[in-house]
Design a protein around this ligand. Sequence first.
Ligand code: FAD
Ligand code: NDP
Length: 653
Amino acid sequence: MASVAATGTPSPEELKFLEIQQKYIEEAAKRLRPDGLDQFVRLKDAGSERFRALAEDPWADHAALNAREPVKDGAKYKFLISGAGYGGMLYAVQLIEAGLASGPNDILMVDAAGGFGGTWYWNRYPGLHCDVESYIYMPLLEETGYVPKYKYAPGPELLEHANRIATKWNLHDKALFRSSVKSARWDEASQLWNVDVTEGRGPGEPSRELKLQAQYVLVACGILTNPHIPKIPGLETLSGDIFHTARWNYSVTGGSPEDPSLTGLQGKRVGIIGTGATAIQIVPRLAKWAKELYVFQRTPSAVSWRGQRPTDPEEWKSKIAYKKGWQLERMLNFDSYMTNGAKEGQENMVADGWTEMPAFSAVIGSPAAATLVPTSEEIGKHVGRLYQLDLPSREAVRARADSIVHSPETAAKLKPWYPTWCKRPCFSDEYLQTFNLPNVHLVDTDGKGVDSATPTGLVVAGKEYPLDVLILSTGYVTPSIGSGNPATRAGMQIYGRGGRSLDDKWQNHGAATLHGVCTNGFPNLFFSPVAQSGQAVNNVFSIGAGSEHAVHIIAKAEAKAGAGAIVEVTSEAEEAWTMEILKRAAWFAGVGGCTPGYITAEGEFTRISGDPAEMMKRSRTTPWGEGMESFLNVLRAYRAEGSLKGIEIAARA
Ligand code: FAD
Ligand code: NDP
């Protein structure tokens, strides 16, 4: 495209590009709210008992769990892993495989859920699938020999896989479920962590308060685990059934995670608030059964093609699981498209809609970040390039709405007017089609959200929509709260040396880690990385890389200092790593213009942009700017050097 600067007059393409930019700005501005994160309340902190109850675990088998040998108050473990989702399980498997945890009391996994699986334990809504190809998303496929049934595995299969991993590595008797870690406190005298846990025992049973000890605490509490709801005036007065998608209520809808017959919705007026990645999967299922379905939309998702298909056994053998190490190779191949780092002529192994979105690299980094000069002029050009790069796939996704949705007015309302990187892109060959059904009604709130609720329904722009059932598909507390610190995200307190809390350290100072997995002042504490680490669209790729690295550090430390090792990154080393993060942080400047959502902490990132100190603190939270492959190379080089530079290792007295 010839530039304005070169010719003096904008070309038609440039004019179109500028118009689209203007539209993005206007649409984002409509949605920026002064209350930011305060517009929501965590379900479990909600003022009304009715909503707090919606956070309870619908799935736990309390009788079976109560019959298990109880964990003793005062018990001591080598590794206490908080979280038994794929992240916590990867920690456990890697520790076992490294020969660090072979004794009966070596590992205790503590999870608020009633079983393994994390995200896939809690979420059992109809239509649930992984959005990244299951061949690269499902962990340990080579080690378990499991062949996923579909390109995108449904929820029950993802949950079953968690239990498969637990069985193969004997994790079932190493887990304490229905239990929340409230706090972990480093005890200088014993040089152990004192961990306070509340164990729920089911309805009508008093909970148990446990004081446990651990040599190491590993925090793998996830990124999207705290469902929240908007503070819509009058919502608690709504008389119909109501629940959040993360705790699906099959007694209201009928059916089950395995049975899509939502017979309980027959003859009912059903509303769903939210049109994010969750709702996109649910709406087509609701549309089949509800008498009338009202989809309350604040911001449309971008919905591209999916291409779901069963796994072909021949293709599996010859092209997918075709050699040892295939899963990592395929993860890296996929990631190269997401980071705009694919090489000319290379095979696109996954070849799905994701791989057509190179501009998503705006939020996960790219090899190109290595050469970005962080002056305001260069950053401006960089953001402009990202918008240009994004335009073809964005135009395609908008054209797709026109080509599928019969009503031009409805199609127009379903088009996303923000760049790819502002919200998780969605993929479905059913969602947009649903809006052609006579019983499905899009209630677009033009960026404002639902105004209020009455005992009989929801109100938007002065009109009441009567409802029998309301489903809240309104998402989760943003993962970046507390400067992205893992304790705040998990709703626990972690106190390190001198009684200083991790909240206090990161809130005041900003994130500080070595490679995203450990922080000074908190010996023998490791966490699933979010801030200051490589991030990927495929979350299992990034959490697995983080736990593998942490386990390597622990193994090396124990080889040096014995099984009682005390491992702590120095403050110099974490500041040096933070500097490396900051050098590349300019890459993420495109996020500043985003429409609000959890990626921008509901617009709070945009709001603080004038304050240099706050900007600096925020930048410390960014991922590694050059993408996952480069991050893995950094970790490999660090490990190959062999001395665990920047880590102090001592033997326990
Ligand atoms: P989780 O699976 O969230 O597990 C964390 C566990 O920690 C939970 O079981 C929770 O109960 C427990 N926990 C939290 N706090 C405490 C505490 N204080 N005490 C004790 N236990 C605690 N990512 C993708 O890459 N692809 C996808 O397709 C995809 N789909 C998703 C679908 C949904 C509906 C959601 C919500 C997220 C999805 N994600 C996806 C992101 C997903 O969370 C990660 O892929 C992955 O499951 C994270 O694993 P994890 O073990 O780190 O966290
Ligand atoms: P999101 O936060 O993405 O979506 C919440 C939705 O609720 C948004 O559409 C939001 O609108 C809307 N909303 C919030 N408040 C109001 C209001 N007052 N009135 C009307 N609408 C409102 O949550 P999800 O659960 O959909 O997804 C969270 C993340 O989980 C995804 O981004 C993805 O990472 C992961 N996920 C992945 C899936 C997969 O495909 N495997 C499936 C599900 C989730 P607005 O956009 O304007 O804020």
